[in-house]
Write a protein that binds this ligand. Structure first.
Ligand code: PA5
Length: 461
């Protein structure tokens, strides 16, 4: 077994930071009972196929279709891949791209990109950004991937209409299928109506399906993440292998052996018993910063719920915050160390960054720089990480350390899968439905109504 990720919760233990802020053995004993019970519930629900995200990595047929379709588009020399989608339809591929591609990827030449397209993830409806993207990506050299599980999200529909008009005007209706791929829910009697289905029919567009039992924020290993991933040359089979390896660990009942249950359990206990209402995700690698962003959506939208599963108003949820080491040592750490002790700080360390950057031995006459001369940037990053970790512990701040051996398809998949299972377990512990988002739906409805009212008003003027 290649477990290249591990989790260390010892810095959140009462023995390290005291009873007031750390978890105690008694609390873990109590937690263990709950976790064993919910483990069985999750196993049962998994067997009933209630939550599809657990099994996505097993779907070889979809990976094969993705491989074929992406090869066809790549052979046509696509230069830009533009994702039209928001929330769970966008954050996963952004996280994968930042983690697995070279920094400043879009600025590389085609040769340096090994022929793979640039990536633009349009996860907003800011007209300035969107117009700029349209200028940078001429339709004839661009493949758009419209992604929406519900197939009705206003932001995505608005983007799609703009793109379709541009495609009709430039390359013509007949050729739109060469420039647009749709990813949405399957068709069928029991499936919700996706407005993307008639679009796919009208222009005979290739369509990928998001299984009905997979929610947006749990969809990174469905075609939502995997089609763009293949278009960027990432190895989807290795992503699946990483999930499979992590699934072995995350299927264990024992709290000690299951990293997802440790992550969920410590967050739950410290939230409920020690007032830790904020969960900071702070990787020490630029390449993981968008995984922190992805985590924020996962934790916030899954666990932030007004009602528990019994219908009681509980206003549940820990606020997730993203931070980046070492950058945020000069922004957030002052608050984390000396402000309210209401946070769990998840530090992600990376053992091997695959690049080493030595610090040149110049200006040796400045003796104050001796500590850095002849060292490397890697060693400074490591020292900063250790320094922050120790300083937080000295201030009795609970830390969970996630240790990654390196950043690769395999380890990134392990990390994402582990956090998804942790979220499912946290939902059980908090007794909330981690898989719906009624708060988001309401906002969508209000915006749509407002748009209609504005239109009616305009027509009367
Ligand atoms: O996680 C979720 O379910 C949401 O964040 C959705 O991904 C987001 O609202 C976009 O929805 P859709 O994929 O239906 O367009």
């Amino acid at each position: 077994m290649r477990t290249n990720i591990s989790i260390d919760i010892s810095l959140s233990h009462a023995n390290t930071i005291g009873n007031q802020h750390g978890f105690t053995d008694d609390e873990i004993k109590e937690l263990n009972t709950k976790i064993s019970q919910y483990h069985k519930v999750l196993l049962q629900e998994r067997a009933e196929k209630k939550y599809g995200f657990f099994e996505l990595y097993k779907d070889r047929a979809t990976r094969e279709k993705i491989r074929k379709v992406s090869s066809e588009f790549l052979n046509r020399g696509v230069e830009n891949l533009v994702i039209l989608g928001i929330g769970g339809s966008a954050l996963g591929i952004t996280a994968l791209n930042t983690a697995l591609n070279a920094p400043y990827y879009n600025l590389l030449s085609k040769e340096e990109r090994k022929g793979y397209p640039r990536l633009f993830v349009m996860d907003n409806i800011d007209p300035v950004t969107f117009k700029r993207m349209m200028k940078l990506c001429p339709p004839e050299k661009t493949l758009y991937n419209a992604i929406s599980k519900s197939g009705e999200t206003a932001e995505t529909m608005c983007q799609l209409l703009i793109v379709l008009k541009e495609l009709e005007d430039t390359i013509g209706k007949e050729k739109i299928k060469e420039h647009l791929v749709i990813t949405t829910s399957p068709r069928g009697e029991n499936a919700p109506k996706s407005l993307l289905h008639p679009v796919a029919d009208k222009y005979e567009i290739t369509q990928f399906e998001i299984p009905l039992n997979v929610g947006g924020r749990f969809s990174v290993f469905s075609p939502v993440g995997l089609f763009p991933s293949a278009m960027l040359g990432f190895d989807n089979d290795t992503l699946a292998d990483g999930c499979a390896e992590m699934d072995i660990l995350c299927s264990k009942e024992s709290f000690e052996e299951n990293p997802a249950y440790q992550f969920a359990g410590i967050h739950y206990v410290l939230d409920k018993n020690k007032g830790k209402k904020i969960s900071v995700m702070m990787p020490y690698s630029d390449r993981l910063k968008d995984i922190a962003d992805w985590y924020c959506q996962l934790w916030a939208e899954s666990l932030g719920k007004k009602d528990d599963i019994y219908g009681n108003e509980i206003f549940n949820g820990q606020t997730p915050v993203k931070a980046l080491g070492a950058t945020d040592q000069h922004s957030q750490i002052q608050l984390y160390r000396e402000g309210p002790n209401d946070k769990i700080i998840n530090l992600i360390s990376v053992e091997n960054h695959n690049e080493t950057l030595p610090v040149p031995e110049i200006l040796t006459e400045i003796s104050e720089l001796e500590y850095i001369h002849g060292q490397s940037m890697n060693e400074l990053l490591y020292a900063e990480f250790q320094g922050t970790k120790d300083a937080l512990t000295l201030s009795q701040r609970p830390v969970i350390q996630i240790k990654m051996k390196e950043i690769s398809e395999f380890t990134v998949a392990q990390l994402l899968y582990m956090l998804e299972v942790a979220t499912a377990m946290a939902g059980k512990l908090y007794a909330v439905n981690a898989f719906n988002q009624p708060g988001v739906e309401e906002g969508k409805k209000i915006a749509r109504k407002l748009m209609l009212e504005m239109k009616q008003k305009k027509n009367l003027e």
